[in-house]
Every structure is written in C-alpha cells, then in structure tokens.
Design a protein around this ligand. Sequence first.
Ligand code: BGC
Length: 710
Amino acid sequence: MSRIDTLIGAMTLAEKLGQLTMTASSYAVTGPVIAGDSTAAIKAGTIGNLLNMVGAAHVREMQRLAVEESRLGIPLLIGFDVVHGHRILFPVPLGEAALFDAETWALTARESAKEAAAEGLAMTFAPMLDVSRDPRWGRGVEGPGEDPWLGARMAEAKVRGFQGAGLAAADALAAVAKHYCAYGAVTAGRDYASADVSERTLREVYMPPFAAAVASGVPAVMPAFTDLAGIPMTAHRELLRGWLRGRWGFKGVIVSDYNAIAELMRHGIAADLAEAAAHALKAGVDIDMMSDAYRRGLPTALARKLVNMAEIDESVRRVLTLKEQLGLFDDPYRRGATPEPAEAFVHRRQLARAVGARAIVMLKNDKETLPLAASLRRLAVVGPLADAPAEMRGPWWGAADGEGQVSVASQVVHAPGVAIDSDDASGIEAALHLCATADAILLCVGEAATMSGEAASRAYLDLPGKQCRFAEAVFEHAHARAKPVIVVLFSGRPLVVPWLVEKADAVLAAWFLGSEAGNAIGDVLTGRVSPSGRTPVTWPRAAGQIPIFFGERNGGRPANPADRYTSKYLDVPNEPLFPFGHGLTYGRFALTNLRVTPLEVEDIDTMQISVDVRNEGARAAQETVFLFTHDKIASVARPLLELKGFAKIELQPGEAGTVTLSLRAAELRFLGIDLEPVFEPGEVEILVGPCADRLHLLTATVRLSWSRPC
Ligand code: BGC
C-alpha cells in the first residue's frame, strides 16, 4: 500500500476533515473571520493547513507540532499570498504585465518563491489570472490586465517561476491559480458582486489563463468568491468538476477562497453549514479556507447522506498527494532550513529596481521633456506620493514592512501639498512655494496602495481627495512660468484623468513598483533607463466608456461620425485615452515592410511574420511589437483585434533590425457556433505594430484553407 493509502486507512473522520481545513494564523486577516488558537488543533490532527503565517521560526514550530506531536505526523501545508514578492517587493502584477516579458515574469516569481520558501512556506495564493476590463474593480491590479492571451502567457510564466525545478525542491512554492472564473466580470466593477457572462465570453476571455495554468502543471486552483449566473463558483460542479478536472485534466487541489464555503449560505444556495459544505465538496473543493464548514458541516452532511465517505477520501487523497509532491513527507523542514544569505536580498533589490523601471509606462512625453535635461537640475518634487514609502508597496505586500521601500523623494526636498485622500488643502501654498524655487516640477499623485486590490472598487476614477485641486494649482503656477510639469501617476488601475494628461508635459504611469519604486522612477527620469513598459489595459477617457478593451466586435453599425445611428456616444469619442499596448520610449521607432510567409495556410502550417524596425530617435531604446489577427468573415463575428504575440527589440539611435514572430495557423481557430473549435477557410488580417490602435498597425492578409485529408 502506498503511504497515502495507509494514512487514509488509519485516519479518523476528524483527522480527514483536518486535512481539508485551512486556518489563518493571526498574522494577516483578509476577511471577517478571526482564527482562534490553532495549536491544540494542529496537535490533535484536526487542522492540516495554515495560511498567513510568516517568519521561519513560527512556521517551523507549527510544522513541528504537526509532524512530531500529532498522532499521524502529517505535515502541514502552509500558504501565504506571495503575490508580487515576499519581503522584497516587485511591481504589482498589473505593472509587471506591462513588461511583456515572460522570462522576467518567471524570474520575479522564482525570486519571490525562494524568499518565501526560505521562511518555510510551501504555497502561494498566486498567480491571480482574472482578466479585467473594468477599472472600477480594484482587483485588476493583481492580474494580467484585459487580454486572455496575455493572461495565459503570464499564467505559464508565473507557474514556472513559482515552482522552479519542481514542487519538491526546497525553494519551490505550489502556485494557486485564482480566482476561477470570471471574477473580473463582477457587476459594475463592484467587488464580490455577481458575474454573468455568456458561455462564449467565459470560454474565450475568462477561461484561457486558467487552462494555460493547468497545462503548465499548476497544482492548485482557487474558485472565485462570486457566482456566475447564479451558481457560486465555490459550488460550480460544471466548471470545477466538468471543465477543470474533466476537460482540462486537472488533478490537483481546489482550495476555497477565504470563508467562501460558509458564504454559500449568504449566496442563498445553502440553508446551513452542512448544505454549504456538501455543495462545495460535491463540486470538488478539497480545502476549506477559513469557513470551518468542512469540520463543522460535513459530519452532519454525512449523516444526512448529502455526501459520502468516498467523496471525503477523494479530497483527502488530493491534499495528501500535494503534500507528498511538495516533499513534505520526506522532509517537512526542507523549506526554511537555511536562511538565505544577505546577498540574496541585495540581488533581489537590484532585480526589483530593474523590473520596476521596465514596468513604468511613459504615457506622454511632449517636446522630449524626459529624460530630464541637465538644465532642469532644480526640481520641485511635490504631491502626496512623493515621499510615501509604504504606499510604494501597492496592495498585497506580503511580509514587507512599510519602511523598507524607496519612494521618489527619499533624499530630496519635497512637499506633499495635500494628503492622498482628505479634504485638507492647507498644504498647497507651501508646495507652491517649493515649486517657485525650481526649474521643473515633478508631481507625484494617484491612489493609495489600499485603493486597489480586494474590496477596493471605485466609482470615480479621478485623483482622490483634494489632489485635483492641488494639481490644477501646480499647473497654473507652472504654465504661467513656462516650467515643465512631469506627472508620476501611482495607481492599481487605469485612472480616468484626461485633464491631467492634457496639462502635463510628461506622464509616467508608475503603478505600484514595490521596494525599489523611487530608484526605478529615478532611473527613468534621468535617462539611465529608457522606458519600455506598455500598458496591459486600455485607459478610458471617461468612466462612462467602461468596460473598454481592444477586443471588441464591430457590430452592425460601427461608429461613423457622419451617421448618427451608429455605435458611439453623443458626449465623448469612442477612442480610449490610451490604447492597450501604448507606451513611449526615449527612442522613436518606425515599423515598415511587414512580411508574412506563407500567405496561404492550412491548419498545420506555421507563419513567419517579420517587420523591420528602425530607431529614428536620438537615444537607445527598446520597442515592443505586437501581433494581432482579425478574422474578417467567419461563422461567428470575431473581435476586431486578437492578440497573438509580442516581441521586443533593442536598438541604438539610427539602428535598424528585424523582428520575426511565428504564428501557428492552428491558433486562428476559434469557437464556432456550437462553441467547439473550428478552423474556417477565408481571409484573416495579420496586424503588427506598437499598440492596439489600428491606425498604427501594418496589415497583411493571409488566406486559410482546409487541411489536406490525412
Ligand atoms: C482573497 C484571496 C486570497 C485569500 C487569502 C481572499 O480574501 O480573495 O485572493 O488568496 O483571501 O488571503
């Protein structure tokens, strides 16, 4: 008999339910439930998994209780939200997405895993893979942005990075793909609200990143808090058992979100904890995070015959299998045994700085205001985010304290002007005095770290508090004296700030860049680093345009300024403020000569798509080239642009090069009328360029034909 069979054979019901339970230590609580003293339960074998535990010594002690003092000695699985770093923070995921660089996505996950595993942790509740097209929703900051293809690439990279050489490695974390599925589609962008999307949108937009995570070997998945058309994801048999386990072959563990099983009662599909527990178990949820619904509800559910022991055993087996895969049975202390050397943190900070600089998206740079010329040496650094180290962390700051981050004005004279979100405007005068002494003004404005992330939806997406008034005062001062104003905009989402962009000479979207934020921003301002980030989300010009994303369909009446009865607003253009992919550099690139070979393809063929890129600017820079497709006539109307690839090229001033992308024709399949994949003959546009704005894309047309019969 295998170790797991033997254990299951020896376990009492209470011990089995312990393996299906995950409880928080008191380190960090993300929901309404506070855990009591868990140590007795660990020794009794009735808690098998922990979350929110930090510090190698604490983790080890908890593990010791489980392994050495419980009857069966089953090790604990200890998880934490290592979302964009543990102690050293990298940019928030949405900011990292702006890198469009899978190797770096994997690398930051690898470094985060090493740091967290060195403290004994074995699981991270990441990556978050919810496609988000509504910036009112605060959680978009945790994920890959608006595009499913991009989300899938990020999923692969993050899973690879967190898991390193394999789950059993002492520096590997088990990744958890979350929050399955369509959480990003919450009604009106309000966190935890219902989602209701079509079957097609579910499969085309919200599922692909999760399918990619499963294909990459993710060992755990977390269902979303939300319901999808009335069926809470925590109880969604069709999507959990049917799709995830059935169609995609996922063999790992499903861990509920925080208190989500008990919340099935609030959803209105369970009358009591026993029913809630039964719903979740039947759907295939193995670990109950923080509801205590399995321990308290499943015994009753068994008695009422809502579930049977075989179903419980099936979940216990999956949890034990994951613990085995993580090497916890062979050596429960393998993680956290050796503290990392100090150099590891130095190296990680350097990486955080380099990645931070590359995550910055230069939205505007009129008259080459940036990089800062030597003549603009006297710089006034103003705004509530000029010196705000704790805010630089952004949401989900892991175990990073508030002081360890570098902010913009760490060693520079600065004035906040106003607070991030208050009615007090009394500091504006002092800030304007500082501006009066300077040649140029660096205006650091935006959101607080906690204004995005969980439970952080916003209906107004302008600058909060009195920041608008402050910024207006700064612009007035500066414009009267012809001083440039450079805005550094901090946010966990695209803000709706057309007025700010219009008045500023240059704007950097700095998201929340983590521990080295200030240095990373400094590197870009001074020109030590040429900005290369590209926005992974469309920036609206008015909140009324939301949801706004590049993958729209044409509709029967596409916008035509000359025709009232076409799809547009009376009061705002359809176009976004900045399209997906937008981001300026210190170079200036011209793309020419798009070539696609072959131009006639069958589904087994692969196309080579090349474009020449020349840096016509005066500085070295990196250009990002995006590859989109558009199926012109199909049985189902296709989006106007579908992302299929990206590549980067670094060029010196005057230098030219060629970017070549491969595209398998099979990737031009789509879900037909019956929602099954089809490859239809006809014409498909290949569009290549610097962002998702058709006006900037080069176009070629390929012809698809049926595959030869075998
Ligand atoms: C969040 C999850 C997170 C969990 C544990 C929940 O509130 O929705 O994303 O992993 O808490 O901290």
